[in-house]
Design a binder for this molecule. Structure first.
Ligand SMILES: [Fe+2]
Ligand SMILES: [Fe+2]
Length: 376
């Protein structure tokens, strides 16, 4: 589907969201790069108002303090991981690589079971690496929120998220290193999105980019892998991480709801555009271009076909199942003549709008039950 919008150029750097040449023109991260510097442009704000103003955030803070776990002692690291076996099981379950007819006439048409398994192993390695880099993005963004958010209750809560994210970085890095034998560099589109989030001077944009968009997608992706994989260490690791992530997304929804309810149309348009940009960057990264490259396949030849694969399109759209309801709850879909709704329609993800938003979901797990708060 070719849909051109005049404002796409300024938001995305390309007029048509499916312009594959423009997507592939973003340079991949150097294999030996070890440091990446981003200007964060924001004011650090002290508050002298230490009163309890936002009880819901304070409850989340209390929940976070008691919900801490230890990545070193709470996970069964002694278990051996048979990578071939676990990837094969997952592939059989999902049927990935079974309907190979879509690849007729491409360089991978001659691939047998061995190559598809190798592709699956590289894909797993790549996916967990992107989780890892995204977790570091969350660590940095949340540390930034501690400094920039003007509310005392939010600073307290965000500080617990910093610790949570450190733990997530720790466990994904260890799993990749000890069980998979190394990982991939950060994907170009994920890197660009993280840069944009950190670069923005407005404190609510950090929340929108990280807690709503990146973590909303992560929650869906972790949930999906947690359900499918039979590898016990990874399954447990994901379960622990997800218990934290649900809280993080709820933090974003609770905080932004208050801010966005009072915003003008013009201010909301900026937020809608930012949410759209983030959604497109995350979709661009699903092309897994680094995996195709490592398999010796010309990305330009294969990506248009892989992108049209109906199974892939379905899995990909599922990853927006948390983002869209949360955007709706924040009023982002319909302001400014339904601007973001139309964009999500074009991306084929609007069908999730009435799925549970994370605030409701949080309540349904009993995670929002009353807890003692000092001073109450
Ligand atoms: Fe995380
Ligand atoms: Fe998180």
């Amino acid at each position: 589907m070719t849909i051109v919008h005049n404002d796409n150029e300024s938001i995305l750097g390309r007029a048509e969201i499916n312009d594959i040449d423009a997507i592939l023109a973003i340079p991949t991260t150097d294999a030996d790069e070890i440091m990446h510097i981003v200007k964060n442009n924001a004011d650090s704000i002290f508050t002298w108002d230490y009163s309890l103003s936002r009880p819901a955030l304070r409850k989340l803070y209390e929940k976070a303090k008691t919900g801490q776990w230890n990545g070193t002692t709470d996970l069964p690291w002694h278990l051996d991981v048979d990578v071939e076996k676990t990837v094969k099981q997952d592939q059989e379950m999902l049927g990935v690589g079974i309907d190979q007819s879509i690849f007729d006439g491409t360089p991978v048409a001659k691939w047998g079971d061995k190559e598809w398994l190798e592709f699956g192993i590289e894909g797993r390695n790549w996916q967990l690496s992107q989780f890892l880099h995204g977790e570091q993005g969350a660590l940095i963004c949340t540390a930034k929120i501690v400094e920039t958010v003007p509310w005392y209750d939010a600073k307290l809560y965000a500080s617990t998220q910093v610790m949570d994210e450190a733990r997530h970085v720790e466990v994904f890095a260890r799993y990749l290193d000890e069980k998979l034998g190394g990982g991939y560099q950060v994907n170009a589109h994920l890197r660009m999105l993280l840069d944009d989030i950190i670069n923005d001077s407005r404190w609510d944009m950090t929340y929108l980019g990280m807690q709503i968009m990146v973590e909303g997608l992560a929650l869906a992706a972790f949930g999906f892998l947690h359900q499918t994989t039979q590898e016990p260490l990874l399954k447990q690791l994901l379960r622990y991480v997800m218990s934290d992530e649900a809280r993080h997304v709820a933090f974003g929804v609770l905080s932004l709801k208050e801010v966005y309810d009072g915003m003008t149309d013009l201010e909301m348009k900026d937020r809608q555009e930012f949410a759209f940009e983030a959604a497109v960057r995350m979709r661009d990264r699903f092309m897994q271009q680094e995996v195709w490259e490592r398999m010796g396949v010309n990305v330009r030849d294969i990506v248009p076909i892989a992108l049209a694969d109906p199974t892939r399109v379905m899995f990909q759209s599922m990853l927006f199942s948390k983002i869209v309801p949360n955007c709706k709850k924040l009023g982002l879909l319909d302001r400014n003549d339904k601007w973001l709704r139309h964009r999500f329609e074009e991306m084929g993800v609007i069908q999730f709008e009435d799925w549970a938003d994370t605030g409701e979901e949080y309540a349904s797990f009993g995670l929002d039950e009353a807890m003692p708060v000092a001073g109450e």
